[in-house]
Design a protein around this ligand. Structure first.
Ligand code: GLU
Length: 474
């Protein structure tokens, strides 16, 4: 059987949208599930969008996500170069071959002429399709124009009748009427191919067996198939995947809270958790489990279970999954994703390393992502705590004043400031004030932390320090 080969084909924009990353994960899983190869190809034919360092950025992102590239710009492979701008002679050769075969033609239409056609279409409220003006130029006319230095593009010649069909693994049968297919540009006047051309040439030359990509390409794929047919090449298996939407149902964008991978990573989300979350966004396994390692995903992944409907990026769900992974971290790794945020938010100069470690470790089960440490620990860094209405209401219950007074004295009498002695102080208060459970812990917790929930009370009190605690109890 033919070796399965998939490719991730990002444009080097220096930004990894979560939707793109999800596509990369699907591509990787399909390749690895079948013992195949995962190829990275850089699609930089739109030179205006290119950003310096973007290729390294893509490598860093994939490597953090534990996605291993078999072939790509920085890896050896038989099918390079893996950067489209380094493959220009190939595209030219194949475009000219199509002209020879009568499946493409030179077009010398000026931007002004095309603009006029576009305007006319707009006025008539019809979709603009190039009118085939240059389709029937003679060989002599073409040579003459080229000799005169006229700029040209090469366009694909589309059939005007009939229907083009193909089967997508996720969406099933897709058909398009040929008269709706535009004689699209394959090679631009600057010698660069369009995406529409380069993707076909490269997928074929790189022996790609499965093309997985966003469903914005689903209706263009018949055009690509006509190219495969014109060359007499085998077509890949197509797997189009739905869009990832924001919670407002709109396409994810920076405005509606689109988190790029790096934004999430920098906020202290763990790559394993992001991968776990993204893979479940539009794909479901045949089990009720929700936590998957990469290894397990490779074993389980079946592209037939990819969903057709758009998925919504749900930060709460990501938080839930990330919290699960955070609970399993060892302290060093936990410190890595939290301490930089603490340092940025608070002055830690007078805090010992031990103190910081203790703080982070008691919050391990209370944060969903690294940066959240800042908000949940603010009670340790502010002079005055302010009670919300719920806390205030609780503190109005009978007998609470007495509990606090008793506890104050117990704390005052502690000589050695240890978690154990603090725990004893609470136990003594229980006895002396004659209160237990919620009526014992809650008033103390609210008084010292300003909150109704949090890590173990003795741990919290220990970290606050005796002076601060006495002050707050007063
Ligand atoms: N460069 C294209 C994009 O970023 C890739 C699409 C594809 O995978 O074919 O949308």
């Amino acid at each position: 059987m033919e070796k399965v080969r998939t490719r991730f084909a990002p444009s080097p924009t220096g930004y990894m949208h979560v939707g793109n990353l999800r596509t990369a994960i699907f591509e990787y899983l399909i390749a690895k599930h079948n013992d195949g190869d995962f190829v990275l190809r850089i699609e930089d034919t739109d030179q205006t969008r290119k950003v310096d360092g973007a290729i390294d950025f893509i490598y860093d992102t994939l490597s953090l996500c534990n996605i291993k590239i078999d072939e790509g710009p920085n890896n050896k492979g038989k099918y390079g170069p893996y950067i489209q701008s380094e493959r220009l002679p190939l595209y030219k050769k194949y475009a000219e071959e199509l002209v020879e075969k009568g499946c493409a033609y030179y077009c010398f239409c000026t931007e002004e002429r095309l603009e006029k056609l576009r305007k006319e279409a707009e006025e008539k409220k019809i979709a603009f399709l190039y009118d085939g003006h240059c389709k029937n130029l003679t060989k002599e006319e073409i040579d003459e124009k080229i000799k005169n230095g006229e700029k040209y593009v090469i366009r694909q010649k589309m059939p005007k009748e009939g229907v083009s069909e193909y089967t997508d693994l996720v969406y099933g049968k897709i058909s398009v009427e040929n008269k709706l297919l535009e004689d699209q540009i394959l090679l631009k006047s600057d010698g660069y191919p369009t995406y529409n051309f380069a993707n076909v040439i490269d997928d074929h030359l790189m022996n790609i067996t499965h093309v997985i990509r966003g469903n914005e390409y689903i209706m263009s794929t018949p055009k690509y198939n006509l190219l495969y047919d014109a060359f007499g090449w085998d077509k890949p298996t197509y797997i189009h995947v739905s869009m990832v939407l924001g919670e407002d149902g709109q396409k994810l964008s920076k405005r509606n809270g689109d988190a790029s991978f790096m934004d999430l990573y920098n906020d202290g989300y763990l790559p394993e958790a992001i991968v776990n979350y993204l893979v479940m966004l539009g794909w479901s396994p045949d089990t009720n489990e929700e936590i998957f390692s990469m290894e397990k995903l490779i074993k389980l992944f079946d592209p037939k279970r990819i969903s057709k409907s758009p998925s919504v990026f749900d930060i709460k769900k990501l938080n839930w999954i990330n919290a699960h992974y955070i609970k399993k971290l060892d302290l060093d790794d936990l410190l890595k994703i939290t301490v930089p945020h603490l340092k940025e938010a608070y002055n830690l100069e007078d805090k010992s390393e031990e103190w910081i470690k203790e703080l982070v470790s008691i919050y391990q089960d209370h944060i969903s992502y690294g940066k959240e440490i800042v908000e949940v620990t603010d009670l340790f860094f502010k002079d005055k705590i302010k009670l919300n209405d719920e806390c205030k209401e609780f503190m109005e219950a009978d007998g609470i004043g007495n509990t606090i007074d008793v506890f104050y004295k117990e704390i005052e009498n502690i000589n050695e400031w240890t978690v154990e002695n603090i725990n004893n102080a609470i136990m003594n208060t229980k006895e002396k004030a004659g209160v237990k459970g919620k009526m014992l812990y809650m008033p103390i917790r609210i008084k010292v932390s300003g909150q109704m929930h949090g890590p173990e009370l003795p741990d919290t009190i220990h970290l606050l320090g005796k002076d601060v605690v006495l002050n707050r109890l007063k």
